[in-house]
Design a protein around this ligand. Structure first.
Ligand SMILES: Nc1ncnc2c1ncn2[C@@H]1O[C@H](COP(=O)(O)OP(=O)(O)OP(=O)(O)O)[C@@H](O)[C@H]1O
Length: 489
């Protein structure tokens, strides 16, 4: 659809865009990203014929740009420039109608019925119908932006060139506008080429991205091919983190502010533990990155209050998560930064291990109730838990874990727990085989994400070997305390 070959151009004698080649397919949503001054707007000006090409060629639908008569080009390509000229004396309707000039002929250029129909449709589409009689200087920046977009859309172009279309728009209008453009590209095969400063928005909406730096293409491809940490850090000279979006496949990036990178450490020590018969609470001065199967706060999250709450053996509840939210309110704990587990185990039997050394501290807490010990190989023989019985395991680390270290840490800790079950001879009461855990065990790893980088947590790594040993010992001790308590008197 658009074929750009060897495109070179700029201002006065200095080439800003330098020997650039790419192509955009029909109906594609194509994003142009790059740092300030990298040449994005200049590239657009060259693509739309506003600036002359010094070298190379732009071919749209097999016809070079320069071969299009002015009105024919306006029906083919519409642009939404970054800085708008003011039509402040005109109202919204008149400004949008100006986009139809390429369809009007004759001396007086009266709008036809078709022109009016298209303008009314686009006004509705862009949410401007209500304000169509207002003069432009009565509108907010975002509303004006929508007027200029409407002006481009009424040209009914095959290609829409947008320079920062969501500038001045609040997030709901950004979403609305981009959803509409995406829809047009999907259903009407409108080709959208758009400059974005927001890499996350670009990644969410674009089929492909072109990353430009100093007038040259640094990378071109699908968002996941362009949104790469080393590449973006090199081009933007900034600390960036790239993550999987929790809901969609488009990668997302986070800026890493310097003040956050320099943050002081949240010391992890046994002094943080407050244990009563009712609940074990650990409060940390800073939010910890947490990966867990907790009833409230499961998955990855950031928390500073950690609760292991004791419930009676007869506890039965539709939504343990909602139950714990209500408990948080009762205890005046902020719900959004509180993670909670539930257990019927006696909390005074909890077991603790602490390690400090090699630039890392590790605190482990285990509570054990074995009423529902189960052999994982025979889980299918049980329909539901016989009685509450849970091993809840907490691992706090003052260190910086990679995401794979979180997952390996969970695996290592689980293996260590199973080993403790085996050492203590715990049996599945239904099958009389060796139990591997209970049916409702919960586990959590929480880390300060400061200082020492801990890439891995498998059993023979520094972190994994500590977790393995400490969980084994703590779980064994908690089990022994449970067995002691359960002994017939
Ligand atoms: N009219 C002009 N005359 C001379 N130089 C210009 C002109 N417009 C832009 N430049 C220069 O060309 C370079 C690229 O500018 P351009 O506007 O294309 O960058 P950009 O990537 O769109 O930047 P931004 O993200 O800040 O909008 C910059 O160094 C800029 O100073």
């Amino acid at each position: 659809m658009i074929q750009v070959t060897n495109m070179t151009g700029g201002y006065e004698t200095k080439p800003i865009v330098d020997h650039v080649d790419f192509q955009v397919n029909r109906g594609e949503f194509f994003g142009v990203v790059g740092p300030n001054g990298s040449g994005k707007t200049t590239l657009f000006k060259l693509m739309s014929g506003i600036l002359p090409l010094w070298e190379g060629e732009v071919v749209i639908d097999r016809k070079p740009l320069g071969h299009y008569p002015r009105k024919q080009l306006a029906r083919k390509v519409a642009t939404l420039p970054q800085v708008q000229q003011s039509f402040f004396s005109y109202n919204v309707y008149e400004t949008v109608m100006m986009g139809r000039y390429a369809y009007q002929s004759g001396f007086f250029k009266q709008p036809t019925e078709r022109d009016k129909e298209v303008v009314e449709h686009v006004l509705k589409q862009t949410g401007l119908t209500e304000m169509m009689s207002l003069p432009l200087n009565h509108l907010s920046g975002g509303e004006r932006q929508r007027v200029y977009l409407a002006q481009a859309l009424v040209q009914e172009p095959d290609v829409l060139l947008l320079d920062e279309p969501t500038n001045h728009l609040d997030f709901s209008y950004q979403k609305q506008l981009l959803d509409e453009l995406k829809q047009l590209s999907l259903t009407s095969h409108l080709t959208v080429v758009s400059i974005f400063h927001d890499l996350n928005i670009a990644s969410l909406y674009c089929d492909r991205l072109l990353l430009i730096d100093q007038g040259q293409i640094t990378q071109i491809g699908k968002p996941e091919e362009v949104m790469q940490k080393p590449l973006l850090e090199r081009v933007y000279h900034s600390s960036i983190d790239v993550h999987a979006n929790p809901t969609l496949s488009s990668p997302q990036m986070n800026l890493l502010p310097d003040y956050f990178l320099d943050k002081t450490r949240a010391a992890i020590t046994p002094a943080l533990v407050e244990a009563t018969e009712e609940k074990i609470v650990v409060r940390t001065p800073q939010l910890l990155k947490t990966f867990s199967s907790a009833v409230k706060g499961g998955g990855f999250g950031w928390y500073r209050n950690f609760i292991n709450y004791h419930v009676d053996k007869s506890f039965n509840c539709e939504s343990p998560s909602q139950f714990m939210i209500e408990k948080c309110q009762q205890w005046e704990l902020t719900e959004h930064d509180t993670l909670a587990m539930i257990t019927a185990a006696h909390l005074s039997d909890y077991s603790e291990r602490f390690f400090l050394g090699d630039g890392v501290s590790i605190l482990i807490l285990v509570t054990a109730g074995l009423g529902n010990a189960v052999d994982v190989v025979h889980g299918d023989k049980r329909v539901e838990a016989d009685q509450p019985g849970t091993v809840n395991t907490w691992v706090f680390i003052d260190g910086h874990l990679s995401e794979q270290a979180f997952i390996q840490g969970i695996v290592t800790a689980t293996e260590a727990k199973t080993k403790a079950f085996s050492t203590c001879g715990i049996k599945d009461s239904l099958t009389n085989t060796e139990a591997t855990g209970t049916s409702t065990d919960s586990i959590m790893i929480a880390s300060t994400q400061t200082e020492r980088q801990l890439e891995y947590a498998g059993p023979i790594t520094f972190l994994g070997s500590k977790i393995g040993q400490m969980i084994y010992e703590a779980t064994k001790e908690a089990i022994e305390r449970y067995l002691e308590r359960m002994k017939p008197q």
